[in-house]
Design a protein around this ligand. Structure first.
Ligand code: SF4
Length: 226
């Protein structure tokens, strides 16, 4: 593996790179049935992303292309500006080819001298399943153009935000939390494991009775994979 001088990449890139390395290492080290179990566990998440992408393609892509992409503005893809959950790295790794993952690692190892997200390639985002914070971001002008006179679309958008929570917001048993737990149990730790490190999300878990401070874990017996 090529080692990169630490001063050539940002701390954000280093965290992303570490997380991706961990996930690839873990997946390479487990048996195919373990990998298959993980695939099954994320199966319910993928239709959500398909629905979301279809909605965006239908109602927003033409606006994004016209306002931002053709003039190379890509204003919503700023350098080191997004929060990606560890689980998203896991899911994207599961659905990507080795070549796609190698490309992500390559760009993360390079110094990003521009102002754009390191993942932004010539044809768009290099993630096969881009982070939710990106997929669910609408800039004000685009949002106003689509939703201003269409309450039905606005309420459909709210439903996508509700669906997001069922995977990500740990006031219940959620996929993102459980994926982190699997890797923590295997001895991996990453700052991107927000369900286990973010004070705000830990508070949410505590309020829901899913976490006891100091217990290094959850106050529940199972997870989505059991
Ligand atoms: S991850 Fe992809 S969609 Fe998100 S900011 Fe970076 S290039 Fe844009």
């Amino acid at each position: 593996m090529i080692s990169t001088p630490p001063d050539t990449i940002t701390a954000w890139q280093a965290e992303q790179l570490d997380a991706l390395r961990m996930v690839r290492r873990y997946l390479a080290g487990i048996k195919s049935d373990g990998r298959e179990r993980l695939r099954v566990s994320v199966a319910k998440y993928l239709p959500f992303r398909r629905d979301l992408d279809a909605f965006l393609a239908r109602h927003f892509n033409h606006i994004c292309t016209r306002n931002c992409y053709t003039n190379n503005k890509s204003a919503c893809c700023g350098k080191d500006s997004i929060i990606t959950f560890f689980a998203e790295v896991v899911i994207n790794t599961l659905v990507s080819t080795e070549e796609e993952l190698d490309l992500l690692m390559d760009v993360l190892k390079q110094s990003n001298k521009g102002l754009k997200c390191v993942y932004l390639g010539a044809k768009g985002c290099l993630w096969r399943l881009r982070p939710l914070v990106c997929a669910l971001f609408l800039c004000d002008p685009a949002e106003a153009e689509v939703f201003h006179s269409n309450a039905r679309l606005r309420s459909q958008w709210s439903l996508f935000k509700d669906r997001e929570k069922t995977f990500k917001w740990p006031d219940r048993v959620v996929l993102f939390d459980d994926l982190e737990k699997i890797f923590i149990t295997a001895g991996y730790h990453s700052p991107l494991m927000y369900c286990h490190t973010s004070p705000g999300l830990l508070r949410v878990k505590r309020s829901a009775g899913l976490y006891t401070a100091g217990s290094q874990g959850e106050n529940r017996s199972g997870n989505l994979f059991q």
